[in-house]
Design a protein around this ligand. Sequence first.
Ligand SMILES: Cc1cc2nc3c(=O)[nH]c(=O)nc-3n(C[C@H](O)[C@H](O)[C@H](O)COP(=O)(O)O)c2cc1C
Length: 190
Amino acid sequence: MRALVVYESSFGNTAEIARAVWEGMFSRMPDVALLDVAGAPHRVPPELDLLVVGGPTQAFGMSRPATRADAQAQSGVTPAESTTGVREWVASLERPERAVYAATFDTRIHSPHVPGSAAIGAMRALRRAGFQLTAEAECFWVMGTKGPLREGETERAHAWGVELTGLLSALHPTDPRAQADRQVHAPPTR
Ligand SMILES: Cc1cc2nc3c(=O)[nH]c(=O)nc-3n(C[C@H](O)[C@H](O)[C@H](O)COP(=O)(O)O)c2cc1C
């Protein structure tokens, strides 16, 4: 596995964005996996080049047990005794043994605009955990707490996924796997 997209989602919007990012990446690089944070490993695979992490902004940053319980209550779900979010998962990650690049995204309410971003929090946490950040933290907008996503956001997420694979090829210009990807997806020459 060369790339892994790990996401957290209370109402499904971040999950939808994560899938679109994964599809964008998969269109250029077949060796990419998509995992819910609840099932993500605490050690990244040894051959991993890029880790993409996304979650909803809750209470101005990455979710916490109390904000997730609040979201579960809003969904009419009995709050689970313990839940894992991006914050806890990144904190539990083993330090990578080699350079692994990382990028982060979040979903946030478009209006009214509130300061704070789970993506920026995750970016800082990943840097502390020994990952190398490749891109600016990216934000995708929802129209309200439970959604829906703002029109065009899934398409933007797909395009961002494609962009991330390009970045990876640029970071590893001599990697034969990146060259193979470019050959497979290069436009036909006349
Ligand atoms: C407890 C709670 C706190 C929230 N705090 C914020 C916030 O500080 N800023 C913001 O823009 N959105 C906030 N939201 C809205 C979430 O960002 C929104 O529910 C999320 O993007 C939806 O993604 P999801 O469907 O993947 O959970 C909050 C939502 C909940 C449930």
